[in-house]
Design a protein around this ligand. Sequence first.
Ligand code: F6P
Length: 323
Amino acid sequence: MKRIAVLTSGGDAPGMNAAVRAVVRAGVEAGFDVWGVERGYRGLVEDRMRRFTRRDVSGIIQLGGTILGSARLPEFRQKAVRTAAVSTLQKARVDALVVIGGNGSQAGAASLWKDGFPVVGIASTIDNDLVGSDPTIGVDTAVNVALEAIDRIKTTASAHHRAFLVETMGRHCGYLALVVGIAGGAEAVIIPEIEQTPGQIERDLRAAYECGKSHAIVVVAEGATNNADRLGEYFRKREPDIGFGLRITKLGYVQRGGAPGGFDRVLGTRLGAGAVELLARGEAGKLVGMLNGALAATPYVEIIGKTKELDPKLFELAGIMAK
Ligand code: F6P
């Protein structure tokens, strides 16, 4: 194997650039010719790739986003689209591809592998919903960005004895909201995995005021049935009776943007170098992640289509701490 290519796909995550840099530098070190693909699978289909040297990835470890650009390409589920991508790779005499991305991107990578092209994945998403890596690249930074917002909201909430709701990203996974809720000292956390009624949330908030708290914070995952919009509506109607309203802040893309923290820079670097190691050993068809604190390569057949389980003990802990 002589030439490898790397792309970033799907939602960007802080730390992706550290992984790109590591693939390029560890790749060159291992004797590979390394190519970068622009804008994910779209760049493969449109033949937008070029050779990268160590210097091409200078000064990027601290940058958010991805210097390669990213895209979502649902059409990649079609065999004909993947065939076009493989023909770009073959024309450039690329022997293997590294895909840095989350669930959808790794499903695409697994399909390419099934079609017969050597691929290695790197677990990267702020949702932290990928089986095969305990933390995925970006989630630690996203948690810290959300916490900065919550810490600020708490001061204004206390000043007015108000209740606030903060909605986090995470798609169908409640990890981000749960961890942010615990670390942000929330009075209630609402996640898709454990549904709660608006009436239950109302009781939690009333209890917070009754036990003498000066504010109440609810953290809700965007994927929960009772999300920010639904709870906002419920509390608007209930305000005259219960005596307080619920002010809403949706953090949205703020969580995904900006500079990666130290943890994600190191994680991206380790996973990028780990992917190169795997390819140097002639292995492929695996996702590189961290399991129990160590680098791990899990075959795609063991992870695609599976959902990462959320630890129910963490949810329980959030409830105990809220009282
Ligand atoms: O997968 C990362 C993520 O930020 C999710 O948390 C969110 O639901 C989704 O991407 C948003 O997708 P898009 O960038 O396509 O709007």
